[in-house]
Design a protein around this ligand. Structure first.
Ligand SMILES: [Cu+2]
Length: 135
């Protein structure tokens, strides 16, 4: 017959852990954020929806609550930077994704320029993304 050799129990070892009053939050740099297209292409035509995701490159996680203050959509990638189209934000979407509505009057490559502020970060995110409008 075996006898238990446990003679003591672990007790009260974790009390100190919850007392960390000041956690140092590692601040990310504004360069650690980038916009990514959810879909690389759209159909040419009016009222098309563009969805972008703002991610932290260090964590790979989406970043909600950014304030997008600048948008431009033009055909610079196809040498038509003067061919710009109106772009309007659309509310809703998952946290960390941002939607816009725009008219793609021509098939080809369009450049979406975004300027944004991220909560708790100084500086701005400036990204240019290329969307292909298909016939
Ligand atoms: Cu064009």
């Amino acid at each position: 017959m075996k006898t238990s050799r446990y003679s003591c129990a672990l007790q009260a070892a974790f009390i100190g852990i919850a007392v960390t009053g000041s956690v140092t939050i590692a601040r990310a740099d504004i360069k650690d954020y980038e916009f990514q297209l959810v879909d690389q292409s759209v159909q040419a035509g009016p009222d098309k929806t563009i969805t972008v995701r703002l991610v932290s490159k260090s964590t790979g996680k989406p970043v909600p609550g950014a304030v997008i203050f600048a948008t431009r959509l033009d055909m610079a990638p196809d040498g038509m930077q003067e061919m710009a189209t109106k772009i309007a934000p659309v509310p809703g979407g998952e946290p960390g994704t941002y939607k816009f509505k725009a008219t793609f009057g021509m098939a080809g490559r369009w450049q979406l320029s975004l300027g944004a502020k991220v909560q708790g970060e100084t500086g701005t995110v400036d990204n240019k993304l290329v969307i292909t409008a298909q016939k």
